[in-house]
Write a protein that binds this ligand. Sequence first.
Ligand code: BTN
Length: 335
Amino acid sequence: MPQSPSLPGTTDRRLAALLTLLSENATIVISGARIARETGMSRSTVWRWVQELRKLGVHVKGQRSTGYFLEKVPDVLTPDLLRKRTKGNLFGKRVFHFFKIDSTNRVAMELGYAGEPEGTVVMAETQTAGRGRSGRSWHSDEGTGLYFTVLLRPRLSPAQAPLLTMLAGISAQTAITAQTGLAPELKWPNDLLLNGKKAGGILTEMHAEPNVVRFVIVGIGINVNQETFPAELSSIATSIRKESGRMSYRLELLARLLTQFESDYNRFLREGPAFVVDRFQNVSSFAKGRRVRVDNGAETYAGTTAGLSPEGLLLVQRDGGPLVTVIAGDVTEVR
Ligand code: BTN
């Protein structure tokens, strides 16, 4: 199995290996000697890393003399466990995991410039400066949500790259429904809503020449197990847990989402923009017939959504005016 690549701040390989071994044998006491043998560490190093895991909030029981075990499998996104669930998948080969990072998009952008291959995934348990759309921040509570970014090197023109945001939204919607039975609404271009509140968002950034994309990074944030949000978000944000009443295993959701995204991405590359545009219109009830207010920076106007253009831009029938194409800006539903 390929090893996790390393970068300053990435989760130490030995820590990840220890966590994987304990997770795969949860509730069974494993002797320090066996852990040492299977992870290639000395017994005293194993003991030191167990202390580290405890500091990170993983409930490792047991002691040096008897061995160690986990009371229950922690929902930590170790690269090894993800790789096992995404075997052969484009997105399972190069995985960078951080317990804490400023932004997975920032790291993925650097990796893109450094020549990392297509399919590289950067994921974090928490972000201290998670980026949202239009310069906003993305609230990234530790261990409760999914915060990850994938690196792509598609042969697309820069104008087509935003379709990847919509594609990722479609894949995320499919994965969430398959795992939880919930049916998130897709709001053009990058929002996943549950009960009208934001449960996920996508931020795509790219490095391009005038006519060709060098690389694109697609950053996805999903509110999975949050029970509460800061006061300023509580009326506009929700989580899968709040809406379903149940905890979801983040690793499973991530693996499903990446598997789905690989298959959707390949179809997009084979079939072209129409695949994304048609699918989006089919699965987003927001795309047609919704009363909206559009703020494009220069002006604000009211209208009704009227489908997508062949390039994937939102069409809005302005009240008492023409049919306009929304290129950028905030689109808010008016109820
Ligand atoms: C939005 O404003 O709706 C987009 C939010 C995107 C958040 C994700 S979390 C993982 C990745 N890293 C970031 O810094 N942002 C994206």
